[in-house]
Design a protein around this ligand. Sequence first.
Ligand SMILES: Cc1ncc(COP(=O)(O)O)c(C=O)c1O
Length: 369
Amino acid sequence: MIPVFRPSMGDDEIRAVEKVLRSGWIGLGPKTREFEGQFASYLGVEHVVALNSCTAALHLALKVMDVTGKEVITSPMSFVSTNHAILYNEAVPVFADIEEDTLNMRIDEIESLVGPRTAAILLVHYGGHACDMDPILEIASKKGVRVIEDAAHACGGEYKGKKIGSIGDATCFSFHAVKNLAMGDGGAITVHDSAVAERIRKLYWLGISRGTWDRTKDKAYKWEYDVEEVGYKYHLNDILAAIGLVQLQKLDRMNARRREIVEKYNEAFKDVNWIETPVEKEYVKSANHNYVIKVLDGRRDALIEYLAANEISAGVHYIPNHLYDMYKPYYRKLPVAERIWRRLATLPLFPDLTEAEQDYIVEKIRDFK
Ligand SMILES: Cc1ncc(COP(=O)(O)O)c(C=O)c1O
């Protein structure tokens, strides 16, 4: 069976993990700090804080932006982590409808939904295709609200030549098993302000004032610390960071491979009248996290079943979150999201997808009757 996603792991990742396992320090320590430093230079930002997931990053980003009791404008077209993070903070998700082509939140919707109770706009760069940041930042600055980015799909992506991660007030990344930069599990948050970064470092380990590594690295182990507020268990560890350091070296190459496969699919499906292929706007360099077609003839589910019968996995990303049972209290009618998700099918896309596998997928899809 050809999977939808598959991480690209090699001997270098295995050697890096072995080195950490033999080093005597496998928790939060020097490899995590090294990963933070290298990811910060890759993005061209000052502050990266590594965490154990993007879900954790979203929770803390919203927390340090003080959203509790207020509204957060958000996308229905996301993994549910995005919107759970709003609820973790006891804030109110206000769902914005999406653009037909990019599946990102519509700017006119965002503008009309920002009101006196809005604390933040939480953007999702769907599939690694950046939202149109300039008009969104303009709305946010005019109305005095924060911009937080869910860049779980967008590692290595760009908006007008700027790396995603360097633009909004906070950007959250995922290094989950199938992401463009994969560690198994992991995440990071970028912020512009050093005091905010320090607060996140306190919150990621239960509110403890100085981590064990920081208390050990100079001389003797210092056992004393204070606990300044209620925090969480959200930090990364050195085993995962070691995998991340190798993956970071390969990220641009892996993303270039994703792009080649996307171009091949787009070309192969351009004359298939029941398929609409994904777009890339001129202001974007997509990270191509997934390859999502729109099935125009109402046979999306039949296509997915047919592909499965031919040993090809396909998925749906996503059921709009406002349709989930527990999000009913936050329901608003979102005509585009409610119509378009029934057409979406995610086809296999990952750097190690072979030419033969790509040809087989294209052939089977073109043969679908
Ligand atoms: C858009 C989006 N946001 C957030 C997440 C959560 O990431 P993590 O699994 O690292 O918590 C995911 C993961 O699938 C995602 O796709």
